[in-house]
Design a protein around this ligand. Structure first.
Ligand code: 5AD
Ligand code: SF4
Length: 469
């Protein structure tokens, strides 16, 4: 414990953090909790007992800001109830919607005390103090504290993530942000505007945090970044280290058993990273590598800077290095100008690649992105139909992928009690959920599990005693 971190007894306040969107936000929410802990705030899962509610928002989905405003409406009611009962509650909006629409949020929802973007989490305690000062002002004069700058300073250097206590009780698997931001500017995407330019953490910081996680009991780390494979950190000798090389360094940490990373861009999938998949057994054979579309015309309009053939050739190189690599992707249907043929090309690339899983979305305009100025919008009902067809195809592939595991024995990191009494659950190397009968003593280690069946979204297994012996 650090000197000024409160124990549960002396922490007088509670913070409820609601996280939307990607794993990066999950990581950031944990860091917000870490930043607040020394200031007397402990996390709670009960919104009713919170003195501070933070919404960590995501801008990638449609109507993201509308969802935030309706949530704020509900929070306003809750705050009213609390005040009527003699209590109070502060409200903050964080994340990408806050970054994109800070002023607008403060204007439309005066109930909000603070608004801050993804680059400002380490300043949260200061902001909170300022916001507390504002609380006593007349409502007409009260102003939300807004912090949506992209500071020059390195937020990672200020976050107390490095403290050991921050990692306690976060389980066997953990996220570790190594990179943030995006320089790719796909024409549909807000990320380069909300998260800013690509920044990588220095190698020593990443290794230190990973070691502390492992010391705290973590067995599997997922490296995070909007463009995680664009990682280029500097080591203590000033050398530039790519993600592949970083994986080799992480692999030396004794006690770390599994390593994953997400999300990657095809253009940054370099030889060093592919070699790491060939050489490092701890680097799990599951890769989220979005292609978005299978039509070169649409890929060009999306500013993806790769063709369908280049993507397929890349998959071949990856599979040559790691033949059992399971792939996952993101797809957008109904990008402006997408014809039936373009969509057929997307189905073709899905057939050719063969996905273990995939996420798919109807295109929707994000104000401020180049895509917002494109004409020739695809009608909604066509988007709906295309999305349905695409998801049917992906579901077939997912089902076939799960079925192909039956009869195999897989190493499963057993992480938790299962859904049914007497069951435990964990993940296969391919990120599939696996359930099996077994005692809770199994939790915390990798066990050999024979897959005996599948259910909708998971595998059913039994402990392979022979393999374990
Ligand atoms: N419309 C639809 N889907 C989008 N995505 C990003 N922006 C948009 C948009 N404007 C999807 C992409 C991305 C995933 C995280 O969200 O497929 O990879
Ligand atoms: Fe968005 Fe494209 Fe960057 Fe991914 S690579 S975050 S889709 S701009």
């Amino acid at each position: 414990m650090s000197e000024n971190a409160p124990t549960p007894q002396d922490a007088s306040k509670r913070v409820f953090i609601k996280t939307y969107g990607c794993q990066m936000n999950v990581y950031d929410s944990d860091r917000m909790a870490d930043a607040l802990a020394p200031h007397g705030y402990l996390p709670t899962q009960e919104i009713g007992e919170a003195d501070l509610v933070l919404l960590n928002t995501c801008h990638i989905r449609e109507k993201a800001s509308e969802k935030v405003f309706s949530e704020l409406g509900r929070l306003k009611e809750l705050q009213g109830e609390k005040r009527a009962a003699g209590g109070d509650m502060m409200i903050g909006v964080a994340g990408c919607v806050a970054q994109a629409e800070g002023e607008e949020i403060a204007r439309r929802a005066p109930v909000v005390d603070l608004v801050f973007g993804p680059q400002a989490y380490h300043r949260l305690p200061d902001m909170l103090e300022k916001a507390q000062g504002q609380r006593h002002m007349h409502p007409a004069l009260k102003k939300a504290v807004i912090d949506t700058d992209f500071p020059e300073e390195d937020k990672f250097a200020h976050l107390p993530a490095a403290k050991k206590e921050a990692t306690i009780a976060r389980g066997l698997t953990a996220f570790l942000t190594v990179q943030e931001g995006c320089d790719k500017f796909c024409s549909f995407c807000v990320v380069p505007y909300t998260r800013g330019a690509e920044v990588s953490r220095p190698v020593s910081q990443v290794l230190d945090e990973a070691r502390r996680l492992v010391d705290a009991g973590v067995k599997e780390i997922t490296l995070l970044g909007q463009n995680v494979n664009a990682y280029h950190g500097t080591d203590s000798a000033g050398r530039d280290i790519g993600l592949g090389e970083l994986c080799y360094l992480l692999a030396e940490i004794s006690g770390l058993e599994r390593l994953r990373y997400t999300t990657s861009h095809p253009r940054d999938m370099d030889d060093g990273l592919i070699a790491a998949h060939r050489d490092l057994p701890l680097l799990m054979p599951y890769l989220h590598l979005p292609v978005q579309s299978g039509s070169d015309r649409i890929l060009k309009a999306m500013n993806r800077k790769h063709t369908a053939a280049e993507y397929l050739a890349l998959i071949e190189r990856i599979k040559a290095a790691r033949p059992d690599m399971a792939l996952s992707g993101d797809f957008i249907v109904g990008f402006p100008g997408e014809t039936d043929q373009d969509f057929e090309d997307t189905l073709s690339i899905i057939r050719e690649t063969g996905y273990a899983s995939a996420y798919s979305f109807k295109y929707s305009t994000r104000p401020g992105t180049p895509g917002a100025n494109l004409g020739d919008q695809v009608p909604e009902e066509i988007k709906t139909e295309r999305l349905y067809r695409l998801q049917e195809l992906v579901n077939q592939q997912t089902t076939a992928f799960h079925a192909s595991m039956v009869g195999k024995t897989l190493p499963v990191l057993i992480e938790r009690v299962g859904r049914m009494p007497g069951q435990v659950g964990g993940r296969s190397p391919y990120l599939q959920a696996v359930h099996l009968e077994g005692s809770t003593d199994l939790i915390g280690a990798i066990h050999q599990v024979e897959i005996i069946g599948t259910s909708t979204n998971s595998l059913v297994g039994r402990l392979n005693q022979a393999a374990a012996a």
